[in-house]
Design a protein around this ligand. Structure first.
Ligand code: URA
Length: 209
């Protein structure tokens, strides 16, 4: 699977296992997702553009590297994307934020858009789209399609969990968009849930079930 980056760092895998357990409380699920998102931000920003600026150390002047966080847009697919967004913002605090509201039609499992708000000057920006579960892939495909209308410089997709069906769907539609994930699970069930998975990510983040 080219263009799929499996973030298999032991810290990520350990925290993911704790999140999967059905006994994990809303509080610990949210905290663990926050921590994993910070660790995944480390991977997904690895090739981020840097620039030299002149600074003064206590001893002398030097040219040192900084990232231009303002050129990065974290695009959260509502509502579960918020769980990853918070963690990523804590390590890339200068990032801009976009939101795409999509819900899954429970019968057809297709994505229906109800909200779309991005920062200006998208043509100069690198987008990181976040959603914990790349399941059928329909929401991710629709979100990336919408984003591409604004011609951003680049798009990456970050999730916590995916499965072969989601990857196939996403790569068929957007082979140019790299996928970062902490795990590739076995399969989708007939309701569009990932198995073994972790259940409904939105419900587990927000305690709505
Ligand atoms: N969305 C979820 O929250 N969980 C799944 O398993 C699939 C889609």
């Amino acid at each position: 699977m080219s263009n799929v980056h499996l973030v298999d760092h032991p810290l990520v895998q350990h925290k993911l296992t704790l999140m999967r357990r059905k006994e994990a409380s809303t509080n610990s699920f949210r905290r663990l997702l926050n921590e994993i998102s910070m660790l995944m931000a480390y991977e997904v920003t690895r090739d981020m553009a840097m620039q030299d600026i002149e600074i003064e150390t206590p001893l002398e002047t030097m040219n040192a590297k900084v990232i231009d966080g303002k050129k990065v847009v974290l695009v959260s697919i509502l509502r579960a994307g918020t769980g990853i967004l918070d963690g990523m913002l804590s390590v890339v605090p200068g990032a801009r934020v976009g939101h795409i509201g999509l819900y899954r039609d429970p019968k057809t499992l297709t994505a229906v858009e109800y909200y779309f708000k991005m920062p200006g000057e998208m043509g100069e920006r690198d987008c990181i789209v976040v959603d914990p579960m790349l399941a059928t892939g329909n929401s991710a495909v629709a979100a990336v399609e919408r984003l591409k209308e604004l011609n951003p410089k680049s798009i990456k997709f970050v999730c916590l969990l995916t499965c072969p069906e989601g990857i196939r769907n996403m790569q068929a539609a957007h082979p140019d968009v790299p996928i970062y994930t902490a795990a590739i699970d076995r399969e989708l069930n007939s309701h569009g849930y990932i198995l073994p998975g972790l259940g409904d990510a939105g419900d587990r983040i927000f305690g709505t079930k």
